[in-house]
Design a protein around this ligand. Sequence first.
Ligand SMILES: N[C@@H](CCC(=O)N[C@@H](CS)C(=O)NCC(=O)O)C(=O)O
Length: 237
Amino acid sequence: MDNYQTPNLLLYIHPLASFCHKVLIALYESGTEFEPRIVDFSKEDSSAELFAYWPVGKIPLLLDRMRDKTIPETSIIIEYLDEFYPGPQKLIPSDSKLTLETRLWDRFFDLYISVPMQKVVLDRLRPEGQRDGLGVEEAYHTLKIAYDMVEGQLGSKTSQTWISGDSFSMADCSALPALFFADTLLSFRETHPKTTAYFDRLVERESVKRTLIEAEPYFEFYPFHDKIPKRFRKQNG
Ligand SMILES: N[C@@H](CCC(=O)N[C@@H](CS)C(=O)NCC(=O)O)C(=O)O
């Protein structure tokens, strides 16, 4: 007899999508069971279900079948998981000062690193003649400023393993995919030592390792895949 029970949670994702990595890391941190459903935007029948739930069509999207709830937006999803499906590692600290700092750095990585990174990547996928050179230039400018601010934040406390202190949080879930992909566009490795060391700590985390291993078979579809460091490729050579 098969003991498999459908998990309460269903997550629409794509294994290469950076915002999905953010939520996958949170789920792997807590060890919460979920059913992943891969969305292929090039196939209407694959994405129709997602658009029916969330017409802006962004992934990830979480369904909680037990509570009959649809939860969009990565930060809201992680807050929801932390409230209703908590794991050993609280991703939203209960200390109110730290909560604000966690939310701030979560927003920061999304808005000032992931969003400009997406701009550059999506622009590369546009046909020649329809590209937005000025927008891309602005995106690189934002990345430069954001890297300096992350470097400053990482030097701001006497003891700081993670971005907002000694506890791994939602902000660190946002940081990993933001830095992973942004580094392939504008590398911080030679210029931002604290950010580099922080990134190296992030990639040692089991939740992150698992997320990157699952993404690896799809890296070849990333337009800047040649800039992904070899240590993240299956064939390390
Ligand atoms: N603010 C959203 C951003 C989500 C997002 O941009 N997801 C991308 C994948 S990384 C997406 O769905 N892209 C498909 C599209 O825009 O058509 C969140 O935090 O959930």
